[in-house]
Design a protein around this ligand. Structure first.
Ligand code: SF4
Length: 954
């Protein structure tokens, strides 16, 4: 299915699923005689009606009027001076912080709209300027009010001395998509406004199924609509923008070593991420080599008169944070006309740029370039010649570096304002050309397609192929796989919400989108509490599934909703499916995947890690996780040093074989940690049996969720049915024997005889226990998505059997989900941990995220969490990553044990392994079965028949 058809489907569902507030607006419009019929039409009618202050005042007494209306018009109308006073106070407060004011919210816009109808003398320009430039576009509530007002002015149902109908149409054309589109299409029938509306539509890309309205008008003889169709077909929206220049002069902002996304967007400041200018103040706030006052240094460099380019040795490793990109672009990008507090463009240079970060930069309209940076110093002015692939000292021929762009399509992406606008716009052009009977456009650079090799496909290539409707996708090929499952967590959720609004999304096309609250639930800031209250409805009203604060870690839930051999994405960089494959991404791309049901992907190469032999006593899955970097370092595929860093996994897909017997929970430990390898994704070859067991259990869990009131119910029901379809005929794909890999790394389990840890503070720095034994330990954390219930039983058993009194360390315990916590309580483990003085944390990410409770400054820690970047768990903390079993021993001893000491404890565990490592099989737990048995799925036979037919067709 083409991208545009997908997006058309998306908007069709958008129109069926407005938020509660939007439905109230629509119902209000209907009562006032706005265009009736379908809800979508009513919504459009509401746009026209909602802006009239007199109508709004009338509406307040109607049952069901949104609270917003009451607060706006229920009391006295504020004078503009009062509004200006309040707004200017806000401006001054932000100025004192060194930042621009926030964009206007719906309440402020509604106030302005009233004032725009009768502006007090002297305030006209102020009102006009604010309404024109300080309202977020898309389907933001504020945009809804603005679009409604402008639509009414255009139609003449509202008068304003500030805006003529012609100006109103022009301003609607700056709102990008969503609520502004229908009034523009309507204006195509107005002889006075048609030409202006056509000009605006020619440059509107987020048309979705409104395209068909324009097409129908064009076919019906509307000349303006025909002009719009021709313009789209000729890609005027693209060609009217300047091409990437031959030469770009920039001042180097050099950050030596590795910049991870936590440096750019620190976890403790996660709460401010949606407020881009405010959050940017936290960029590089921890002093480091060459950086002592980031903001001041940036301001000083800007006095040289050129834009800045971010330059680093390794840039953007770690979490997939759009916020990190936002912060760089805030300082180094360009304003977007009519879009408040967002920037695009900019140049980012790294000897190595982490793949997800690279993509996020592409999505944002920046130009990311990988090239050697050794000859660039802070403050250097350089000329970049993007087409020639070289950088010189400004105004000279002195070459400082040379490069080849990752793809020529980058030029088009930058020109279009980003990869996402390019994809959407290209689709619109294709569709218009098809409608007009024209051949495909030659305007755009072609995405690459790898030449057939005559060989087979890897497992990842087959999974992506299936999601694209072909047998396999070779590395280097651009594709758009179907996103069957999409995850969003709470520190990126508000940004994803903003991106969804920008994309004019009112309903998801991806089959299952899930939102969690694991990153902020335990110790929320006021802004987090607001998110907890507002985000669930936003997700559910678009057909997604929302968890609740306190439920636990995103992946421990999302993994239980997966379908084998399917593809997905998520805003958390640890969205690494143990069955199927996922490509985690920044919030812009995640929003795109959720909204349209597809995602752009340049298929990466694969690295095969092949295990053989037998697991030795005392060795855990976590040790195998660390065995991968350990072996890669030994073979020269990975270096710990940042300068000239080697990492064979970076940007590739890690494919794991030889551990087919693993349970899915165990497999996730391996796939989860592929994030630390900077891999683009991960597959694990598993037998059918563990997957059947997992899915049988997960069906019960999903039914239990329905019985507990989780929703969207239809989405959960559809996923249950899809799981049942797989169970009825369980099939798994396998890599072809002759598939090509960039590298094969063999690991013999017989040779791993002692635990492997990652030393402070680098998840690549894998060491044998014997190399680090004896180091004093202050705190121990057992938790994160790397753990499952078995780890807590194992730690509890070791501690119960051997510790006396309080522990010499501070022990933190955070089970991944509330179901784990309940079960561990029932089995007495909470009592064991409590007696020892352990600090019991709410199920969720806890210390792993680094934005909530923290370990002590400069302490030495053993942690089961995913990564140990500097300052992540605590300021100046030294963090070893290790198994829960080793962590428990360290918590008792207050130091890292010798391998012999450790094995003594671990071997005892082996004797009770069957009980210890019993996973949560919900189909075997009475209360879950009882609840799920009560859940009736409506139209089950029809649903199953439809899904089976769709499977057969695929
Ligand atoms: S536990 Fe850690 S790695 Fe896992 S989702 Fe939470 S913050 Fe991310």
């Amino acid at each position: 299915m083409s991208l545009l058809r997908q997006t058309a489907r998306q908007l069709a569902s958008c129109r069926r699923m407005a938020t509660a507030g939007e439905r109230q607006f629509a119902s209000f419009a209907l009562r006032h005689g706005a265009a009736g019929g379908q809800l979508a039409a009513a919504t459009r009618g509401a746009l026209a009606a909602a802006s009239s202050a007199s109508v709004m005042r009338g509406a307040v007494n109607l049952p069901g009027a949104p609270p917003l209306f009451r607060s706006l018009v229920g009391g006295q109308t504020r004078s503009v001076s009062t509004f200006a006073e309040s707004y200017n106070k806000h401006v001054d407060e932000r100025k004192a912080e060194g930042i621009v004011p926030k964009p206007l919210d719906a309440k402020q816009v509604a106030e302005l709209v009233q004032l725009a109808e009768a502006p007090p003398a002297g305030e006209e320009d102020f009102i006009k300027e604010l309404l024109s430039t300080r309202v977020p576009p898309g389907v933001d509530d504020a945009a809804y009010v603005k679009a409604g007002f402008l639509a009414a002015v255009a139609k003449g149902t509202t008068k304003s001395p500030l805006f003529t109908p012609e100006e109103a149409i022009k301003l609607l054309g700056t709102m990008q998509g969503g609520y502004n589109i229908q009034p523009l299409i309507d204006a195509l029938d107005d002889p006075k406004l048609a030409a202006i509306a056509a000009e605006q539509l020619k440059h509107s890309l987020l048309m979705f199924d409104a395209f068909y309205d324009v097409e129908a008008k064009a076919k019906g003889g509307n000349a303006a609509a025909k002009e719009v169709m021709e313009s789209w077909a000729n890609a005027e929206w693209f060609l009217s923008k300047p091409d990437v220049p031959e030469k770009i002069t920039v001042t180097v902002f050099k950050v030596t070593g590795e910049t991870n996304t936590d440096d750019l967007s620190p976890a403790p400041d996660a709460w401010s991420r949606p407020d881009i200018p405010l959050h940017a103040l936290a960029m590089l706030k921890n002093p480091r080599d060459g950086i002592h006052d980031c903001n001041k240094q940036i301001e000083e460099l800007k006095t040289k008169g050129f834009p800045l380019a971010y330059v680093g040795d390794v840039v953007g490793t770690g979490s997939s944070r759009k916020s990190a990109t936002n912060s760089i672009l805030w300082y180094m990008g360009d304003d977007i006309p009519y879009v408040p507090n967002k920037r695009t463009g900019g140049v980012c240079i790294g000897e190595k740029i982490a793949p997800i970060f690279f993509n996020t930069m592409e999505d944002s309209g920046a130009l990311p370039i990988e090239m050697p940076v050794g000859d660039m110093a802070m403050g250097d002015v350089i000329d970049i010649f993007p087409y020639k692939g070289k950088a010189t000292r400004h105004g000279t021929d002195d070459v400082v570096s040379e490069f080849a762009l990752k793809t020529e399509v980058l030029f088009d992406e930058v020109r279009a304002g980003g990869r996402i606008p390019l994809i959407v716009g290209r689709g619109l052009t294709d569709k218009s050309r098809t409608s007009l009977g024209l051949p495909p456009s030659e305007v755009f650079r072609k995405p690459t397609t790898a030449a057939p090799t005559g060989k087979g496909f890897t497992l990842a290539q087959k999974m992506v192929g299936k999601a694209c409707g072909v047998d396999g996708v070779l590395p280097g090929t651009y594709c758009e796989p179907k996103m069957t499952t999409v995850g969003s967590q709470d520190t990126t959720g508000p940004m994803t919400r903003d991106e969804l609004k920008d994309l004019a999304c009112l309903g998801f096309s991806s089959d299952l989108v899930m939102q969690s609250f694991c990153h902020t639930a335990a110790y929320p800031k006021p802004v987090d509490v607001t998110t907890h209250h507002t985000l669930p409805d936003f997700i559910r009203n678009r057909g997604g599934v929302s968890l609740k604060p306190g439920d636990g870690v995103i992946h421990s839930w999302l993994n239980r909703m997966l379908l084998p051999d399917t593809v997905g994405t998520g805003g958390d960089s640890h969205t690494r499916f143990p069955i199927g494959i996922s490509f985690p991404a920044g919030s812009g791309l995640v929003a795109f995947g959720a909204a349209t049901g597809v995602m752009p992907l340049d298929m990466p190469e694969s690295v095969l890690v092949r295990f053989s032999g037998t697991m030795q006593p005392g060795i855990t899955l976590r040790d195998l996780v660390h065995a991968i970097p350990y072996q890669a370092i030994k073979e020269g595929h990975l270096t710990v040093e940042k300068a000239g860093k080697k990492n064979i996994f970076s940007g590739r897909i890690l494919e794991i074989e030889g551990l087919e017997h693993l349970k899915c929970e165990q497999a996730f430990e391996l796939s989860d940690a592929s994030a630390e390898r900077s891999a683009a994704g991960c597959t694990i070859k598993l037998d059918k049996e563990p997957i059947k067991e997992y899915i049988t259990s997960n069906i019960v869990m999903l039914k239990w969720m329905i019985s507990e009131g989780y929703g969207d119910r239809r989405t959960l029901e559809r996923r249950i049915a899809s799981m049942q379809v797989w169970l009825d005929e369980p099939e798994l794909m396998e890599a072809d024997k002759d598939a090509d890999y960039s590298c094969v790394i063999d690991i013999n389990l017989d040779e791993i005889k002692e635990p492997i840890l990652c030393a402070p503070n680098d998840p690549d720095d894998a060491r044998l226990l014997s190399e680090v034994m004896g180091d004093k330990i202050d705190e121990v954390f057992i938790g994160s998505c790397m753990t499952n219930i078995g780890h807590f039983r194992a730690a509890g058993k070791i501690l119960d059997a051997h510790s006396e009194g309080q522990l010499p360390t501070r022990l933190w315990i955070a089970p991944p989900t509330k179901m784990d916590a309940t079960q561990l309580t029932a089995e007495g483990y909470y009592s064991i941990f409590g007696k020892l003085g352990a600090r019991m944390e709410m199920p969720g990410c806890s210390l792993c995220m680094g934005n909530q409770a923290r370990v002590g400054d400069k302490t030495t820690v053993v942690s089961t969490s995913t990564r140990n970047f500097p300052n992540r768990l605590g300021k100046g903390a030294n963090v070893y990553l290790a198994s829960a079993e080793l962590a428990a021993v360290a918590s008792m001893l207050g130091r890292l044990p010798s391998p012999e000491e450790y094995l003594k404890y671990a071997k005892e565990l082996d004797t009770t392994a069957a009980d210890t490592y019993r996973y949560l099989n919900f189909n075997e737990i009475g209360e879950y079965v009882a609840s799920s048995d009560k859940v009736e799925i409506e139209n089950w036979p029809t649903l199953m028949a439809e899904l089976k037919a769709a499977k057969a067709k695929a």
